[in-house]
Design a protein around this ligand. Structure first.
Ligand code: 5GP
Ligand code: MG
Length: 177
């Protein structure tokens, strides 16, 4: 029996090589911006950001600690629609620390805005955001995006940590179904 079309490999939107080059550029910029500032706490948003965080963090030249949060959107639409909850909190106390949130993708921005509000209330010394991909023209919040890897079209993207129903996260490139 032929495979259903949905099992075809996603077509490449951003190649592994292009991701590598951009992650290297972001790491250089972040390392420059935080040079001499002391330790940086990287906060990865599970699960999608695990690949980006692993690659980015190993290219930073500033001392780092790494922690994670897990967020969940209510319902199961393709966007968060503004209702988000924290399903796993940090282990680190971030008060007085320089914090960089590392996220895979920003669409409406509600997910990131929710997380930034939670973290800001814990009084970090500074709080910035780094997102690998941003869907062009979709932002509905005024959340600050300090470092952005790629602007992408409004398509469902997978790979490099991003999933469709928990599949495709381990693809080395970013693709569209
Ligand atoms: P926002 O709250 O910015 O609307 O949505 C952000 C969240 O929606 C992301 O953290 C991610 O979980 C999910 N998301 C939005 N667009 C995509 C996409 O194209 N692919 C994947 N895999 N997740 C997406
Ligand atoms: Mg995410």
């Amino acid at each position: 029996m032929p495979e259903p079309a949905s099992d075809a490999p996603p077509s490449v939107l951003i190649s592994e090589a292009a991701i590598g080059r951009r992650v290297e550029e972001l790491a250089r910029q972040i390392s420059r911006d935080y040079a001499g500032a002391g330790e940086l706490v990287l906060i990865g948003v599970l699960r999608g950001a695990f690949v980006f965080l692993a690659d980015l963090s190993r290219r930073l030249t500033v001392p780092c600690r790494v922690d994670f949060v897990a967020l969940s959107s209510y319902g199961h639409g393709s966007t968060s629609g503004g209702a988000v909850r924290l399903v796993m909190d940090l282990r680190l106390n971030i008060a007085g620390n320089h914090v960089l949130v590392v996220e895979d993708i920003v669409d409406s921005g509600h997910t990131l805005a929710y997380l930034v509000a939670i973290l800001q209330a814990r009084h970090p010394a500074s709080l910035k955001t780094c997102v690998l991909t941003r869907k062009a023209g979709r932002l509905e919040t005024d959340v600050a995006l300090d470092y952005v890897g790629f602007d992408i079209p409004d398509r469902w993207v997978v790979g490099y940590g991003l999933d469709y129903s928990d599949r495709f996260r381990t693809l080395p490139y970013i693709g569209v179904l």
